[in-house]
Design a protein. Structure first.
Length: 564
């Protein structure tokens, strides 16, 4: 029953979209071969998508009756073998995708050229090797996706005849060497992805004929040398990604030929230094990412030639000092990222030419003072600048000089408690953030309580100022606490945010007060009565005594009377 409903839904999902008199598309999923052969009106179909079907094998001329097809997708269907001519009879086909299948061998699958095919997607299969002239029957191909296969080697003539190819994707394979002329003849190639392979070396002539290449991705390989960059074919490169390789050194003038390069990513390598010749020739470079290396030495003139630079990311290195003339030639800089280095001091002159700066990240360094912010050029629009100085060693800053900035993050520094209490608690504007977030686990409730706190140091003790927000107003309370270890985020012992006193408490207080008053009154009354009674009995006794006395006094008289 359920299955039948499901089947109906699946067939309903077959979308017949009429975007023109003879354009119709059909999408089917979870089907089998019988169902595909039963499709009607196949002679008007221009787009067919089969996914999640069970089609392990395609016979010769399987799509013969779909003569009008322009787009064919056959994905996630366990396809592992095709007869030699199974794509026969698709003269108008423009795009074909067989991705996410089990193909191990690539063939032409047709006896005559698929003259109209411009896009072929064979990604996510199990192709191991590509033979010579694999694609000669696809002469108009512009996009070829061979990513995420198991290709180890490319024969010299693999891509022979693909003179119109613009985009070639070969990432996620097992290529080890780009050694010969595999890409020769691809005169129109504009983007090539080779990332996440095992490439150790690239021949200095490998891209000699790819003079239109604009984007080359080589990240996640085993490259240790960049000699190949000087070849003529790479002169028009605009984007180059070399992250996650084994580069230890940038050869002098190694980028001398890459005059049009705009994006260069060198992160996650083992680079130790930048010299004045390292980046020579990169006249158009706009974005440089050299983060996650072990850079410790940057020559003062290193960036002199990259005059178009708008963004530099040198975070996660071991830079301890920066020459004050480092950015002298880079007046276009909008973003400087130097986070997580060992910088102790920034010269007031370092950024004296940066009138376009929008973002400055210096978090995770060892800065003791931030006076350089006062000497930024007057022409700079401070309101559009955001500065991150968190996790440094600042103990105080000149607050009045920071008021014009867009946003400044000052969290997690070594603030002097007295200074902080005196200056910050009353005056800090919203654009300055001193606080960092803490998650507190409370005793009385499993929930995490989020509070903001400021760490500070008083004498030799670490303290924390916890910001408790009650409603809209922010009340601050100075409270002693132990230091907080980022790596072992045990909840620091802090005051809890004020719990609103609930009704039970106030009621019980009142009840107890009433009880106390009642008891006091009762005691007083009892005491009074006691005192009264005592007095009464005293008086009675006195009266009795008096009577007795009078009796005693009167008796002798009587006696005397009796005697007389
Ligand atoms: C294909 O699916 C139909 C309906 O779901 C079913 O009747 C038929 O037996 C299936 N054929 C094969 C070969 O599995
Ligand atoms: C394809 O099948 C898988 C599991 O067999 C399922 O998780 C997925 O949702 C299906 N996709 C479509 C589009 O039906
Ligand atoms: C692809 O082939 C492998 C081994 O032959 C098999 O284990 C796997 O299930 C197949 N995948 C599909 C989607 O049929
Ligand atoms: C790169 O640097 C890391 C850490 O410094 C080191 O473990 C690794 O061996 C280096 N790799 C090479 C190829 O030098
Ligand atoms: C630089 O590269 C690192 C690592 O790949 C990345 O995390 C970071 O976002 C990049 N920087 C910029 C500014 O894109
Ligand atoms: C703090 O900054 C203000 C404004 O920039 C400046 O006038 C003042 O001299 C500075 N104070 C100190 C102690 O540097
Ligand atoms: C702290 O938490 C608030 C909201 O929960 C968030 O907006 C803010 O970005 C956090 N601050 C930091 C420094 O993580
Ligand atoms: C204070 O905190 C800093 C950094 O969090 C730590 O290095 C130092 O040992 C702490 N000092 C004390 C007395 O806990």
């Amino acid at each position: 029953m359920c299955h039948a409903v499901y089947q109906i839904l699946v067939w309903l999902w077959m979308l017949l979209c009429c975007c023109g008199s003879r354009v119709s598309c059909l999408q089917i999923s979870n089907c089998n071969k019988t169902e595909v052969t039963m499709i009607r009106d196949m002679d008007v179909l221009t787009s067919l998508t089969l996914s999640n079907c069970s089609l392990p094998h395609l016979e010769n001329a399987f799509f013969m009756r779909f003569g009008q097809l322009l787009h064919l997708e056959l994905e996630h269907s366990g396809l592992s073998s095709l007869d030699d001519f199974s794509l026969h009879g698709l003269p108008r086909l423009q795009s074909l995708s067989l991705s996410h299948n089990n193909l191990t061998k690539l063939r032409s699958w047709s006896s005559e050229p698929l003259e109209a095919l411009t896009s072929l997607d064979l990604s996510h299969n199990r192709l191991c090797s590509l033979e010579d002239n694999s694609f000669v029957l696809y002469p108009q191909l512009q996009m070829l996706n061979l990513a995420s296969n198991q290709i180890e080697q490319l024969a010299d003539d693999t891509f022979h005849g693909l003179s119109h190819l613009k985009h070639l994707q070969l990432h996620g394979n097992r290529l080890m060497l780009i050694d010969g002329f595999q890409f020769s003849g691809l005169h129109r190639l504009s983007s090539l992805t080779l990332h996440h392979n095992l490439i150790k070396g690239v021949d200095p002539l490998a891209f000699e004929s790819n003079t239109h290449l604009r984007s080359l991705r080589l990240e996640g390989n085993l490259l240790s040398s960049l000699q190949f960059l000087t070849q003529r074919g790479l002169a028009r490169l605009v984007h180059l990604n070399l992250a996650n390789n084994l580069l230890q050194k940038l050869e002098p003038q190694g980028f001398g030929n890459n005059i049009e390069l705009q994006d260069l990513v060198l992160s996650h390598n083992n680079l130790t230094e930048l010299t004045k010749e390292s980046l020579l020739g990169l006249d158009s470079l706009e974005r440089l990412n050299i983060s996650h290396n072990i850079l410790s030495h940057i020559e003062a003139e290193s960036l002199q030639s990259v005059v178009s630079l708008t963004q530099i990311d040198a975070s996660f290195n071991q830079i301890a000092s920066l020459s004050e003339s480092l950015f002298q030639a880079n007046s276009q800089l909008e973003e400087i990222i130097l986070s997580h280095n060992r910088i102790e001091e920034i010269s007031p002159k370092l950024m004296s030419h940066q009138t376009h700066l929008k973002r400055l990240k210096l978090d995770g360094n060892a800065l003791i003072e931030a006076n350089f912010l006062q000497s930024l050029p007057p022409a700079l629009n401070r309101l559009s600048l955001s500065v991150d100085l968190s996790s440094n060693l600042l103990h105080s800053v000149n607050l009045s000089s920071l008021l014009q900035f867009g946003h400044i993050n000052l969290a997690d520094n070594h603030w002097n408690c007295a200074w902080l209490v005196k200056n910050f608690l009353l005056r800090a504007p919203a654009s300055l953030n001193f606080a960092r977030n803490w998650s507190l686990l409370s005793d009385w409730n499993e929930d995490l309580t989020k509070v903001q706190g400021i760490d500070c140091i008083e004498g030799s003790r670490n303290r924390s100022i916890v910001l408790l927000s009650v409603g809209e107003a922010i009340h601050s309370k100075v409270q002693c606490a132990q230091s907080y270890d980022e790596l072992n985020p045990a909840p620091p012992p802090l005051t809890w945010p004020k719990i609103p006193t609930d009704r039970f408490d106030s009621r019980s207080v009142i009840i107890w007060m009433l009880v106390a008053i009642a008891i006091t009154f009762a005691c007083l009354r009892w005491l009074r009565r006691f005192v009264d009674r005592k007095e009464q009995s005293k008086r009675k006794l006195k009266a009795i005594n008096e009577v007795y006395m009078s009796k005693m006094e009167s008796q002798p008289i009587r006696h005397e009377r009796e005697r007389s």
